[in-house]
Design a protein around this ligand. Structure first.
Ligand code: PEP
Ligand code: CO
Length: 464
């Protein structure tokens, strides 16, 4: 399989690309990126694909999460550890409460480029190019900072490398050992109602481990976790330069990440992103918003996964809490009837963003939960598998989404609003979501599709 060159890709039309002012600097950055070692190995991508095949078959559940936009300044030990910790806590809750294998996929170590709804941003009468993520330009609102700088793509590589290095150390070097299940529950979370509920789960796991130990069972899986990386494949130069031929199979892989996805704004069937990702062998995703027709989805599947290989393709739906029950059933039904092998994953974030009166971009915790509930109900009614969730979250105590057990109000948003793009669930909200989703997942497993009602489980919000 040959990869089209960058010029050919651009000639197809590529949405959401930066206007790099200096072509020589861009060539130099791309040249550098073509020479650097891979961030991930093709064999690891294949392993993840196997796990996602289990998701597509209804035998596992995907937990994908991390920042909307990573930043270079955010590459610190504390920040990476905190994100990993909340994902591990969520995974434990889901695995334990629902007894389903959970595939853990970070939205990290590469999530630096953002599509924008407007090319410009205006503040106090001053209009500048929009911030497109640290991969492209600076967040600071000055003319100089907003100029796209290709050297940033090289910095994406180095930032991703140090993030991934730390994640690999944490997940295999003892931090993710199940015996640590209590120590993940630290600081402000421990004292919250959901933190106490987590402590109960942790105690039960501890007892189970002690029992296993007493009978002499101590498998490797107790001491490390499988964790993979993902990001939106947006800037063509970066993804193209990191696409390499695997020496084992002679096939091309995008070695910038284990999993890459195509965003809602760049999923044009004949566009450059779909073309490039159709050529690589990684497991990939496509975001599907409320305007997606079943024919669009089937055409994307035919182009991106012509062999209909399970695990290769994940559809990440982001319809909005108010629309999912109207739109998703027809989509899932027609795609399923066409025999398409796909993992269905719910992004309950991107269809539920609004601007608070204070001007902050936010989301309601309730809307997030309602969209996930709608997702589970639709799949239950159709007898298909609700394969996972895709969440924007952080391991810190930020105030970006309203609601949740702590009843964060719109007027609290300014206290600690740190996202440079979309609002993220904080650690308490993320753990609350995990408990609620675990309940839905438990019900999904006992569901009998032929008799189940379309709407079902009542969820009490903010439970502790
Ligand atoms: C995102 O995941 O941050 C994003 C921009 O999503 P979407 O492409 O679904 O709008
Ligand atoms: Co986002």
């Amino acid at each position: 399989m040959t990869i089209p060159d960058l010029k050919t890709l651009h000639s197809l039309g590529a949405a959401q690309q930066p206007q790099w002012p200096d072509p020589a600097a861009l060539d130099a950055a791309v040249g550098k990126l073509r020479s650097v070692p891979p961030l991930v190995f093709a064999g690891e991508c294949d392993e993840l694909k196997e796990k996602l095949a289990a998701v597509a078959r209804g035998e596992a559940f995907l937990l994908q999460g991390g920042d909307c936009a990573e930043t270079f300044d955010g590459v610190t030990a504390d920040n990476v550890r905190n994100k990993l910790r909340v994902l591990l806590q969520m995974a434990v809750v889901l695995t334990y409460a629902a007894s389903v294998p959970v595939v853990k996929l970070g939205r990290l170590a590469g999530q630096y480029a953002k599509p924008r709804s407007s090319d410009t941003e205006t503040r106090d009468g001053v209009t500048l190019p929009a911030y497109r993520g640290d991969a492209v330009n600076g967040f600071e609102f000055t003319e100089e900072s907003r100029v796209p700088d290709p050297q940033r793509l090289v910095e994406v590589y180095h930032s991703s490398a140090s993030t991934l290095n730390l994640v690999r150390a944490f997940t295999t070097g003892g931090y993710a050992d199940l015996r640590q299940v209590h120590t993940w529950n630290t600081d402000f979370v421990r004292s919250s109602p959901v933190g106490r509920r987590y402590e109960q789960v942790a105690r039960e796991i501890d007892r189970a481990l002690t029992f296993m130990n007493a009978i002499g069972a101590d498998p490797d899986e107790f001491h490390r976790v499988d964790f993979h990386s993902s990001h939106e494949a947006l800037v063509l130069e970066y993804e193209h330069a990191l696409t390499r031929i695997d020496s084992r199979t002679q096939q091309p892989y995008d070695v910038s990440s284990h999993f890459v996805w195509i965003g809602e704004r760049t999923r044009q069937l004949d566009g450059a992103h779909v073309e490039l990702l159709s050529k690589i062998k990684n497991p990939i995703g496509v975001k599907l918003g409320p305007t997606t027709s079943p024919d669009d989805a089937i055409a994307l599947a035919n182009k991106l996964n012509p062999d209909n290989e399970p695990g290769r393709l994940t559809f990440i739906t982001r319809m909005g809490a108010g629309k999912i029950r109207d739109i998703l059933p027809n989509l899932v039904e027609k795609v399923t009837a066409a025999g398409v092998q796909v993992a269905w994953v719910c992004d309950p974030m991107h269809g539920n963003t609004f601007e608070a009166s204070s001007g902050y971009k936010t989301r309601r915790f309730d809307d997030v939960i309602h969209e996930v509930q709608g997702f589970f109900d639709v799949h239950r009614a159709l007898g298909t598998w609700p394969g996972g969730v895709h969440i924007e979250l952080t391991g810190d105590d930020v105030t970006e989404c309203v609601g949740g057990g702590e009843a964060l109000a719109e007027m609290d948003l300014g206290n600690r609003y740190e996202s440079v793009c979309d609002p993220r669930l904080n650690r308490v909200q993320s753990l609350e979501l995990a408990f609620l989703v675990a309940e839905m997942l438990r019900n999904a497993q006992t569901a009998d599709a032929s008799t189940a009602p379309a709407a079902g489980i009542t969820v009490t919000r903010g439970t502790a």
